[in-house]
Design a protein around this ligand. Sequence first.
Ligand SMILES: Cc1ncc(COP(=O)(O)O)c(C=O)c1O
Length: 386
Amino acid sequence: MIDSDDPVPNAVPHLAGKEWQYVKECLDTNWVSSIGPFVDRFEREMAAYVDARHGIAVVTGTAALHAALVAADVGPDDEVLVPSLTFVATANAIRYCGAWPVFMDSDPKTWNIDPAKTAEFLARECERRSGSLVNRASGRRVKAILPVHLYGHPADLDPLLDLASRHALALVEDATESLGARYKGRRVGVAGQTGCLSFNGNKIITTGGGGMVVTNDERTARRLRSITTQARGDAKEWIHDAVGFNYRMTNIQAALGVAQLEQLDHFVESKRATARAYTEALAGLTGAEPCGEQPWAHSNFWMYSIQLDPAVWGSARRVIDAAAAAGIQCRPLFYPVHRQPPYRDCQAYRVEVADRLHARGLSLPCSVGITQAQRARVVRFLTHLK
Ligand SMILES: Cc1ncc(COP(=O)(O)O)c(C=O)c1O
């Protein structure tokens, strides 16, 4: 099998537990829609896993972000500070509120929002006006910081929490890629007002599609439960308190989620073993540098990503295309959002590192179920490419 030509996918779901049994239970008991015992159980067990008091299960990670921003009172013409190097959904959720993203640069060590540049932006570009923090260039109110734990490596949260508290901003974590990761010993997603998870097909656990907002704040949890369920006030009389959303996860999705969560620790261990194996095997390769792990971080290595020196390798795109021709599915890094057509006119504050990472970076195949032979094939490919 070692030289099998079967394609090596980038990251595919691993359905090896009680998924079938729990989904069958939904069908057998007629609990198929957006209430049911698995929804309650998934929320309870996920909240316990990340050490949060509440979990609100929703249809997607994007819906989780949108609801979390609404619950943080982000509204029309507010601004939210967000890294440019992220999936576009992070910024889209801000626009769903009628608010605007202001793009921050990446820290070259973690590839996540750069806390020092963010502090500089707040100090140099913003001022207090009648109790609100205002961006001088746009005249808009800055309401929140939205860090993303990109590819599973935690953002450096302490300086961001400090900024949020000094400037009275909400901190909402986009933890959609980082379930199981830890920042200074604590699971990510619980440092700020809310944390948002995704269970999309390529995430570390999947419900097909799905998401969750976790929070320790009782009031926020109540608000989230309401706005994700059409803001039902009096359900019997069809009275609704506000304009809500139909964002609730179904019992069938939650059944998958409960089965997947039972395997999560093993999945994280498997991703970390793949990261160790790649790091060891690629150590001798000139001009290839992995996104490592900071001493305070415990990454879930959802993606194993490297930067390639263009003087040695040419562009990352060249390597991705050559890998595809060899049946190996590598992923480009996200295209920086401040360069995406809908966001080109938005403010980007001194964004340089994100562009450089995008030009040089790629993610290697890292499914939970990847075999040693598949990893060896990836390493052989890179070793012989130059
Ligand atoms: C950083 C980031 N934010 C948000 C999302 C949105 O999650 P979903 O696809 O579940 O809507 C994703 C993943 O797709 C993501 O990678």
